[in-house]
Every structure is written in structure tokens, then in C-alpha cells.
Design a protein around this ligand. Sequence first.
Ligand SMILES: [Fe+2]
Length: 142
Amino acid sequence: MLVRVSPARCYHFTMIEWNLALSTGVPLLDEHHQKIFEWLTELESAALDKRTLFSVYALVRLKHYTRDHFAAEEALMKSAGYPDLTRHMAEHAAFRARLGELQLKSIGQDISTDTVKLLSDWLTHHITKTDMAYVPYMKQPK
Ligand SMILES: [Fe+2]
């Protein structure tokens, strides 16, 4: 979507938002995913406006929220006996490491909207492919 703010300034907003196609059907995890997308949107907005301090804040919030979400998701997968837990956890660990590296970089360099888009793409791909694989296990009666 292209938004013309003034004759001299145009901003490109990416489509960073949760939608029903990303629903796992597990209310707690869907709520977490929505919140992560909200923080990504905040981060994108701050990056666009070059609000450096808020960018760093949004990135730290995103990192902490994601860490807590991954822990909750991994605990649910474990209790459901999900067989591909190890590989799933490795994806989570790689993303956490990526956010940590970005936080270090953000000290000396603004976070770009391209970087936010890469994070959003990773999250979308992770939810639609990796997370959706655990859905049948989560729905099994106990
Ligand atoms: Fe996951």
C-alpha cells in the first residue's frame, strides 16, 4: 500500500498484520501471534519515522514477548507429545538469536523497514508452515 503524506514524502507500508489464515485455532497462541504482529507494526512505524529510541524499545519488547511466547508454545507442544518438537525449537532459537543480533546492531544503526519486513516474512512463514504442523496434536482429546 502506498500512502502519500505530502507532495514531498511518500511512505511504503508493508502488510504486517495477523489474519485468519494465520490462526492455529489455539486461542492462547493466536493471541500471542497477534501481539507479536502488533509489536512488528510498532517497530515498522518507528523505523519509517526514524524514531530511533522507540525502534530500540519496540525491538526489545518484541524480543521479550517472542521469548515468552516461544516458551509457552514449546511447553504446549511438549505436553501434547508433539513429535517434531526439537526441530521446531531450533527454529525458535534461530529467530531469538536473530533478534538478539538486531538489538546489538540497533545501538549504532537504525533498524530499516526492510529488516522489519524480513522479520514479518519469517514469522508468517513460521506460523503457516511450522506452527500449523502442531495443530492436529494440540486438538487431540486428552
Ligand atoms: Fe513456533
